[in-house]
Design a protein around this ligand. Sequence first.
Ligand code: BGC
Length: 762
Amino acid sequence: MKYFEYRSDQNTLQEKQIEKDLPYENSGLTVPERVEDLLQRMSLHEKIGQMTQLDITVINTTGEQKDVALDPEKAREMIRKHHIGSFLNGEAVPPRTWYEYMNELTRIAVEETRLGIPIIYGIDHIHGASYLEGATIFPQNNNIAASFSTKHAYNAGLVTALESADLGHHWIFAPILDLGVNPLWARLWETYGEDPVLAGVMGASFVLGLQNNDDGTTSRQAATGKHFLGYSDPRSGWDRTPAQLSMQHIHEFHRPAFQKAVDAGLKTIMVNSGEINGVPVLASHEILTKLLREEMGFDGVVITDWDDIGKLVNFHYTAKNFKEATFDAVMAGIDMSMTPLHLKFNSSLLELVEEGRITEERIDASVRRILKLKFELGLFEHPYPRDDRFNRIGNEDNRNKALEAARESIVLLKNDHNILPVKKASRIGVLGPSANSKKNLNGGWTIAWQGGRESQYPDGMHTVCSALAEEFPEAEVVLFEPADIPRHGEATASTRKAFIDRLNNLDVLIYAGGEEPYCEFAGNISDLRLPREQVDDLELISRSRSPIVLVLVQGRPRLINDVMDDSAAIIHAGLPGFEGARAIAEVISGRVNPSGRMPVSYPMKPNHFLPYNHKRSNLYFFDPAVANQLVQGNVTTSRFPFGYGLSYTTFEYADLKLSAQSMDAKGSISASVRVTNTGMVEGTEPVLWYTSTHVGRITRPVKELKHFERVLLKPGESATCKFVIDPGQLAYPDENGNLILETGAYSVMAGDRKQEFEVTGA
Ligand code: BGC
C-alpha cells in the first residue's frame, strides 16, 4: 500500500510503501485478531489521536458550523500530524456536499497516513438525518413515545441509516435514554418520556433499527445511548445543573433504559455533563466503570459530551487544570474525548503517560474498543461514502413512515361537546405563533443546533395552516399572523372589537401555540406556564362566539390552567416533525382518530411536579378522604396523567382475569383483559398494563408500567389483550443493584380494571 509520510520538521510529504495485506487489513481474520495486529503497530501518539474527536469547525474552510467544506490542509494537519481519529458535526447541507466533504476527509485518513485507519464521523441525527438537506424528519422522541408503538422508534433508526450511512455519517448521537422526569428540563422533548420501561423498549428499538441495517457495501452506523446517566433529573430543572440521586434510585429508574439498549447491542455511550451527588459523572469511576462496565456489561466506546473535560475545570471546578481533568476522566473510564476545538486532550494525555501516571495498558484498553468499533462497522472495508443512492433520501416510503409516526403521536387532551373532529366547517380561522411556522414543529437539532431558520425548511413542508387548507379543500382557511392580533395596550378597544367580530364569522378557531425551537441550556426557563402573550391571545379570542381548538406545538408540557376553559378542545401535538402539520390537520378533520397518550405527566400546578410512578408518600394530605384516594393511587399532581389521551371513540375494559391467584419466584401468571370499542368510529387503544407492589422494604411507586400494546378496533369490536407477569418484572433493585422480590400482595391494572395476586415464598 502506498502512503505519504508527513515530515513536520520539513512540512513535506514523502511517498512511502508499506507491505500489502497486513493482518489487520485482512477481513478474513476475526475482529480481535485485526485489532491486536493494528494496535501493536501503533505509536503512543497514534493511539492518543484515536481517542480524540474534533469538531468540523477545526477542519473546514470558514470555522463556522454551517460550512461542510473541507480545508484539506487543516484536515491533513489534524489527521497526519496529530493522528486524530474522529470528527463531528455540521449542519443540513445537500447530500452531494456531505459526500464530497466525507470523501476527501476519508481519503486523507486512509491514503495519506502510515496505517490508513479510517476516521469515524459523529453527528446529531436525532430524529431522522436532521443535518441533511432533503432528509425524512421524524417526530422527536417524546412524540415517538406518545405513540406507544416501538415500530416508530425502529423506523426512525432505520430511515436515519438508509438516508445517511452512505454519506459517511458513521456515528449517530442518538438515542437519548434519559428519563423525561422534569418538565422544566429543556431536553424533555428529546426523551422517550418518564417511564423506564417505555424509554427502554423505545430506545432499544431505535438501536436495532439503526445499527442492524446491513445493505451490502455501505459501512454500518453506531448508535449512542446518551447521556449516561441521571442527566435529565437536575434539581433546578436547568440543563447540566446538579442532580441528587441515590444509587438505589439510579438502579431502579435511570439505569433500565440504558441497560435495555446495551442488551440490544448498543455500540457507544455518551457521558452526562452534569454532576450527581457532588461528583461530575465524567469523573466518576463508580458510574463509568463500576456501574457501566462491570455491572451493566457494556463493552463499547464511551465518549465524553462536548468539551466536558474542560468543564471539569471551568464549570464544575473539580480539577485545577486540563491535564488533571484529563487524568480524572480517563481514569473514570472514558475512551474518547469530544474535546472538540483544540488539542489539549492529546498533549495532556501524552504527558500523563510519559510521566507514568497513566499506563499505556490503560490507553490500549480504550484504543482496542475504538478500533473494534471501526472494524465492526466495516470502515476498513468500506471507508468511502457513496453517491449512487441519493434518491433514497426523503423518498416516499421513508416519509410515509414519518407521517405514520406523527399521526400516532398526537394526543387529544380535551374535546368538549365533541367539537372535534371538525366536520362541516366552511370558514376556519388559524392563529397563534405556530400557525404558519415550520421550525416550531421540529424543535432543536433540526437543520441546525437551535433549529435553523424558517427559510431553511423545505418548500414542500406544510405548516399547520397550509395543511388545514389542503385537508379542508372546500373551506376558506383564514390565517391571522401574530401581528394581526390586536393586543391589549397596543390596539384600541374598537380595533379589538372589530377583530372579535371577524372571528365571529368563522366556524372554528385553530390556535397553534406552544414553544419556539430551543436546545440544551438555551431552552432553560423559570416558569412553565404557557407564555403570557399566548394566554392573552386566547383570552381575547375566547370573547368571540367561535369555538377554539388549542394546538400545543411544544417540547415540554407548558401549564395551561389559564386557558383550559377558553378552549373547547386541546391537542398536545408535541414536536411532530416535517410531516407533523399534516398529521395535526388529519386529526382535526377526523381522517385520523387520535391515539397518542401522554408519555409524561402533564403538570397541573406550577410548583409540584411528580411523575406518575411517584411514591405513595409523595402526596401527603390531612384530609382522610383524600388520603384514602391517595393510597389507591388515584390522586395526582397532573392535569393529564401519564398514559392519558382521548379518542373519537370510546373503549371499555372488562373481564380482567388471571390464570392463577398466586405464584412463587419461579412461576408466572397470565393476565388477560377484554377491550371493546363502544363508540361509533374505528379507533386504536394503547392498552397499558401496570402493576403495584402493596408493601415493599424500599418504598414502592404507586404503580409501574410493565407492558403495552396497541389494538385497532372497529365499532363494536373486542380484543383480548394478554400480559404475562413474571417475577423478574416485579423485582426491584437495592442500592447495590441486587434484586429484591417482595412476597405478599400485588395488583395488576389495565384501563379501569384491577385484580390482586400474591407472590409466595420468594
Ligand atoms: C449535547 C449532545 C450532543 C453533542 C454533540 C452536546 O452539547 O449535549 O447531546 O450529541 O453536543 O453535538
